[in-house]
Design a protein around this ligand. Structure first.
Ligand code: TRP
Length: 73
């Protein structure tokens, strides 16, 4: 994997209470390995790592990454 992939990080800002940021495992088995709850206004800065291949966000949030900015509905 190239360095730029592993160094990438995303910013998640919760727009309501109880937003979940869920990390999914890298490898043959794709499953939840971590769940973080954010309340309104809280920010999480997360990276894709050796252990984390995907991040699922549940609830209203603003997400910034190198791909741009988006909001969950
Ligand atoms: N220990 C996890 C890891 O290194 C922590 C983590 C990294 C994480 N990125 C995440 C957890 C994104 C949830 C969402 O992979």
């Amino acid at each position: 994997m190239s360095q730029s992939n592993t160094n990438d990080f995303i910013v998640i800002k919760a727009k309501e209470d109880g937003v979940s940021v869920i990390g999914l495992t890298r490898g043959t088995d794709t499953r939840f390995h971590h769940s973080e709850k954010l309340d309104r206004g809280e920010v999480m800065i997360a990276q894709f790592t050796e252990h984390t291949s995907a991040i699922k966000i549940r609830g209203k949030a603003l997400i910034q990454s190198s791909h741009g900015e988006m909001e969950t509905d």
